[in-house]
Design a protein around this ligand. Structure first.
Ligand code: 3H9
Length: 685
């Protein structure tokens, strides 16, 4: 092998048996940043100019073939050479180019592979075009080359779902030429390059392939059919239509013209609010686990066994998270009946999952086998972590934590799943406040992806680091929260719920409120949401409340007799006459006269501006570390539509000065931080 030459800071080239091996080395995921693109151009020039080189392999060091363009570069401005041009040069190369794919070849990474003349993949590799998840489309020739290689339908499927395919399927589809054992990838790629350089005739360039697109052109219904079959994926978001339009161009136009369509559509999406929001969410999701002062050298506590106190809906769901990853859980209850009921619900949950084919019967038994019920707190003597999920009363928490103090081994982490009680106060019930933290799960706890890790004044760094790490292990995204009423997600959304009640009382019909928020992107509006979570769960301020009156009539929402809506057997709601009467009664009681019927835009402003205001206070008080953490908490805890970026990112896009003015108009004092940022022309994110 020749000596290794640097093509740029991140690309090297070496020559072995007349084959140039070009390796990208840009950890962590070999994203195609400026220096990689420069290195690839230099490598192509070397390959073309060096007569000793007869063929080349493009691959990477580290854990993966490039996972795409460098998303971080998008917001700081991309510089030449642009990726589409680099890939064109790879494809135009006069010597055979082989992509040796492993790890996750995504986005621009897969587009580089599509520019190569041959593709060989490791058996464990995955390939995909996930740009749609960033509100984008594959903008380096992917929308034009992939349909020419695998057909428009398979290409659309990959681009519009954004889901990667495994190597075996990629081979079946014709996306790769060969799949080989992981450890044989480079040797097989060398063999392929050697075979190809010995071959006469033109190189197979994907952009020149016509067979697939000709077939697709004959199918006049293809695009309408695809859209009809995948309607859900086109709802609310704009990228899928642009992808469809670009693939249509691939089918109907010559390659270069199709590239122009792709480029125009990419630019449209790139500058859209949706893509800005989704890119923000991509990084925010990955940033939440970074806590200043806590790093690789913070010692972690080994959690090999867990105790959960309370076998109710919350306790049961929490226990399942640990059983799912093989950690034994002792569940403590006060009464045998409650314990049996709790374990029965968990079994039913697992059996339902098995019925859907997502678990085997043996898995169900393994997981149930990891759960031990107990009526005695003493059985928590040896566990590494206890999570209490008992009734929300400080008196009961005091009893529980004072007992844990005497029972648990030194070094055990003592966590509370409280949603609003003061963790610092709870910590005073033990002599080891440094071991106490909040682990706030969202219901259903085995499903919802958010875990608020609540740091008390005295929680040790190790305890917090362990909580954050553990969240990832059980498949949740952790968000660190300080101590306050409601922590981040619930505190943030309480003003939303309160405003929805005031809006109803002022005269806006519930369907108008709910439909405006569905149009904004929530799966349901706030009134329907209240019915779903139960009208007895949230207590609203005021001496006579709508929910209080409905509960007094034994209307508790979907779970009992309906709430604001009446429900049919398919759970479809219609505004309930009983709720109408209650609204009138409370209006009379509060002396509210006249109807203020709001437009959908006014509903959105009326409900969301108070949320932004609360978010600003949460940030200013240091309850959340970053605006992005608040966004993640809202997206994962309350299904805030991610293409709106979460509340703080949405506020930035919407305009902070508009929000300040709107709040003042509503008679709400804007938070100091919000006012300051608006005045400075600053932003939360
Ligand atoms: C594109 O390609 C557009 C083109 O079509 C056209 C252009 C003209 N860039 O997720 P992880 C970082 S759009 C920059 O925790 P995992 C990430 O932030 C792109 N950074 O690891 C994190 O940083 P940190 C299309 C990136 O093992 C670290 O890498 N491609 C990028 O769970 C580790 O990430 C995609 O959308 C990137 N492209 O998952 C793929 N990717 O450590 C996006 C990752 O500082 N990436 N980072 O927090 C992924 O899906 C996952 O990261 C991947 C690894 C599956 C690769």
């Amino acid at each position: 092998m020749s000596e290794t030459k640097s093509m740029s800071d991140t690309v090297t080239l070496s020559v072995e048996d007349a084959v140039a091996v070009v390796l990208i080395d840009n950890p962590p995921v070999n994203a195609l940043g400026l220096s990689v693109r420069e290195g690839l151009v230099a490598a192509i020039e070397e390959i073309e100019g060096n007569t000793d080189i007869k063929a080349a392999i493009i691959s990477a060091k580290g854990r993966t073939f490039p996972a795409g363009a460098d998303i971080a570069e998008f917001d700081i401005g991309m510089r030449e050479p642009w990726l589409p041009g680099v890939i064109d040069r790879i494809e135009a190369c006069s010597k055979p180019m082989v992509a040796a794919i492993f790890g996750t070849a995504l986005g621009g990474g897969l587009e580089v592979a599509l520019g190569c003349h041959y593709r060989i993949a490791a058996a464990s590799a995955k390939m995909g075009l996930p740009e749609v998840k960033l509100g984008l489309l594959p903008g380096a020739g992917g929308t034009q080359r992939l349909p020419r290689l695998v057909g428009a339908e398979a290409a659309l499927q990959m681009m519009i779902t954004g889901k990667p395919v495994k190597a075996a399927l990629a081979e079946q589809m014709g996306l790769v030429d060969k799949v080989v054992a992981d450890d044989a990838l480079m040797a097989e790629a060398m063999a392929m390059a050697a075979a190809m350089m010995a071959k006469d005739g033109p190189l197979p360039r994907v952009s020149e392939k016509t067979e697939m697109v000709e077939k697709d052109r004959a199918d006049a219904e293809l695009f309408d059919r695809f859209k009809a079959e995948h309607g859900r994926l086109f709802r609310d978001v704009i990228a899928p239509d642009e992808i469809l339009d670009s693939v249509k161009a691939a089918v109907n136009l010559p390659f270069r013209e199709g590239m122009s369509v792709e480029s125009a559509n990419f630019n449209k999406l790139f500058t859209s609010d949706q893509s800005r929001a989704l890119r923000h969410v991509f990084f925010a999701m990955r940033e939440t686990s970074k806590v200043p002062g806590i790093g690789k050298d913070t010692p972690l506590i080994d959690v090999k066994s867990v105790g959960v106190i309370g076998a109710g809906t919350m306790g049961g769901g929490i226990a399942m998270n640990f059983a799912n990853i093989g950690i034994p859980v002792t569940i403590v209850e006060v009464k045998q009946e409650a314990l049996d009921r709790g374990l029965g619900v968990i079994r039913k949950n697992y059996e339902n999952t098995a019925r859907k084919g997502r678990l085997t019967d043996a898995d169900v038994e393994t997981r149930m086998g990891l759960l031990t019920g107990s009526l005695d707190m003493e059985s928590l003597a040896d566990v590494d972590l206890v999570i209490e999920a008992v009734f929300e009363s400080m008196e009961i928490k005091e009893k529980v934590f004072s007992r844990l103090e005497t029972i648990c081994k030194p070094g055990a982490i003592l966590a509370s799943n409280t949603s609003f009680l003061d963790i610092n106060h709870i910590a005073t019930f033990t002599s080891r406040p440094e071991m106490v933290l909040g682990l706030h799960f969202f219901s259903p706890a085995n499903v919802m992806p958010l875990l608020e890790v609540v740091r008390g004044d005295k929680s040790s760094d190790s305890v917090i680091a362990t909580g954050m790490k553990l969240a990832g292990k059980i498949g949740k995204t952790p968000v660190l929260a300080g101590v306050c009423d409601g922590f981040i997600a619930n505190r943030l959304m309480l003003p939303y719920m309160v405003a929805s009640q005031e809006m109803l009382l002022a005269g806006t019909p519930m369907q108008v409120i709910d439909s405006a928020m569905r149009d904004y992107g929530f799966a349901m509006g706030p009134i329907a949401l209240l019915d779903l979570i139960g009208l007895d769960v949230i207590t609203f301020p005021g001496d006579m409340t709508l929910t209080g009156e409905l509960v007094a009539m034994e209307r508790r929402g979907q779970k009992l007799n309906g709430g604001f809506y009446d429900y049919d057997e398919k759970r479809r709601g219609t505004p309930a006459p009983a709720a109408h009467d209650v609204i009138e009664k409370v209006r009379r009681h509060r002396g509210i006269a006249g109807d203020v019927e709001l437009t959908p835009e006014q509903v959105v402003a009326g409900l969301l501006y108070p949320v932004i205001n609360e978010g600003a206070k949460i940030l200013d008080e240091g309850i959340a570390l970053r605006a992005g953490d608040i966004d993640v908490a809202a997206i994962l805890g309350y299904n805030w539509p991610s293409y709106q970026g979460g509340p703080m990112c949405w506020a930035d896009i919407h305009g902070l000065d508009k929000i300040v003015a709107g709040l003042e108009q509503m008679g709400i004092e804007p938070a100091a931080m919000l006012k300051k940022l608006a005045a400075e022309g600053g932003s939360f994110t």
